[in-house]
Design a protein around this ligand. Structure first.
Ligand code: 5AD
Ligand code: SF4
Length: 423
């Protein structure tokens, strides 16, 4: 979501005559697009902001701006705390960016963090222009109504709102015309797409309609909430060949007791049932997921349940986090007496197991052939790089002219984060 917002910001700033640079000291503007999902991410923003002050000290005219979730959360307060800061742009206010930047060029300081929770917001998803790439995000919905007890997202991104399907399909058609071959349908909880809008199709139906667009050969989506993963959507994995063979399905925990206090709305069994149904329809499907360890009250037994869930699902990749209390969330008020060392030891054990699973799942691909969408040059000279159906990077020796095509690559080696192969 943030990467997509950053791309949108770059595109809007290009219209104002700004171009990206790698030299922040001499930049005319620095905009930090921020995340507040965990405390660590937020602290990083404050450290970076403190560093930026140095650039401005010698009276240089440089616009310093903060966007994203920290901006939304702190608002005006940020301007008060940091006299060298010029702009604070909330999560629903990006459309004001051009006006705010023009004002800042004249020395005006401004903060805009008003939530827009009505249909007007649907018109605020400007298409991203410029750089033609092969794989593009397409926002289908924004916000979240789930209020999981640990999560700040509903507070900083607002209520769920689905974009009109006609607009989504038009954008995908336009992208296909520009040469894009893969779209990633994006939202905080894509599977609840359209649920609040009677006139809109279900997410499964939206996927089917996107798959009918010529030129788009691969469809991914993120993020899915397991409780909203309908049978209709699961069935798509058996009937829509363009749907990628990888799905991100965050479990957060394998313990029913923890899932309950987290307010996730599903049980370990119902999560695993969905995994099994998907595997039956698509035996080669791979799962990625998110896990939180050290949630308040997590016992050794609860943690063992998470480990055993990992053993049952066998994720190809897992994003694991130590629980971080977030202001204003329900979990922030829970008594948490688990020592930090215990939490870190659990995280280590989980990561160790995941490293093993990743290798065990990737090794069998060696010797097999994978259809790869070639996206650009690889890290080493003469190497090209792209992604296979399961979402992993594949590097191989090849020509630049292959960019934009699907090629068959024989996998020769599996690394922790990528494959090596040959044409
Ligand atoms: N502490 C730790 N991890 C969190 N996440 C969300 N909120 C928190 C929190 N307070 C994780 C979840 C989510 C991912 C994006 O970040 O696993 O799926
Ligand atoms: Fe946060 Fe839960 Fe919404 Fe995901 S579903 S964004 S974890 S509140």
């Amino acid at each position: 979501m943030n990467v997509n917002d950053s791309e949108r910001i770059v595109s809007m700033l290009a219209d104002l005559g700004y171009a990206p640079t790698n030299a922040p000291a001499s930049a005319d503007m620095i905009l930090l697009n921020t995340c507040s999902v965990r405390g660590g991410a937020e602290e990083k923003v404050y450290r970076r902001l403190a560093n930026l002050r140095i650039y401005k000290r010698d009276g240089k005219k440089q616009i310093i701006a903060v966007g994203g979730c920290v901006a939304q959360q702190e608002g005006e307060e940020l301007l008060r705390k940091l006299p060298y800061l010029d702009l604070v742009i909330g999560t629903h206010n990006l459309h004001l960016l051009p006006d705010m930047v023009r004002g800042a060029e004249r020395g005006e300081r401004r903060s805009e963090t008003t939530f827009i929770d009505n249909d007007q917001r649907l018109d605020l998803f400007p298409s991203i222009k410029g750089e033609s790439r092969l794989s593009r995000f397409v926002t289908v919905m924004q916000g979240c109504d789930n209020f999981c007890s640990y999560c700040i997202v509903p507070f900083v991104r607002g209520r769920e709102i689905s974009r009109r399907s006609a607009d989504i399909l038009n954008e995908v058609r336009q992208l296909a015309d520009e040469g894009v071959r893969e779209v990633i349908l994006l939202g905080q909880n894509v599977n609840s797409y359209g649920l609040k809008a009677e006139s809109e199709p279900s997410f499964a139906e939206l996927i089917r309609r996107v798959s009918e667009i010529n030129g788009i050969d691969r469809i991914r989506f993120t993020t899915s909430h397991p409780k909203d993963m309908s049978d209709e959507l699961i069935a798509c994995f058996g009937t829509v060949p363009k749907l990628s063979g990888q799905i991100h399905l965050p479990a957060q925990s394998g313990s029913d007791a923890m899932l309950k206090v987290m307010g996730r709305g599903y049980t370990r069994k119902s999560y695993l049932d969905k995994v099994h149904k998907l595997r039956i329809l698509r035996p080669d499907i791979v799962f990625t997921g998110d896990i939180i360890v050290g949630f308040p009250g997590e016992s050794d037994d609860d943690f063992d349940q998470t480990i055993s869930l990992m053993e049952e699902v066998r994720y190809i990749d897992l994003f694991s986090f130590v629980y971080s209390p977030r202001p204003g969330t329900r979990a922030a008020g829970l008594h948490d007496d688990l020592p930090r060392a215990v939490k870190m030891a659990r995280l280590d054990r989980l990561m160790e197991l995941q490293r093993r699973h990743t290798l065990e799942i990737c090794q069998p691909y060696i010797g097999s052939s994978m259809s790869v969408l070639v996206e650009g040059e690889g890290k080493l000279p003469g190497q090209m790089s792209g992604k296979g159906d399961i979402g992993r990077i594949v590097n191989f020796a090849g020509e630049n002219s292959l960019v934009g095509t699907f090629v068959d690559v024989k996998i020769t080696k599996a690394y922790p984060n990528s494959f090596l192969g040959e044409l």
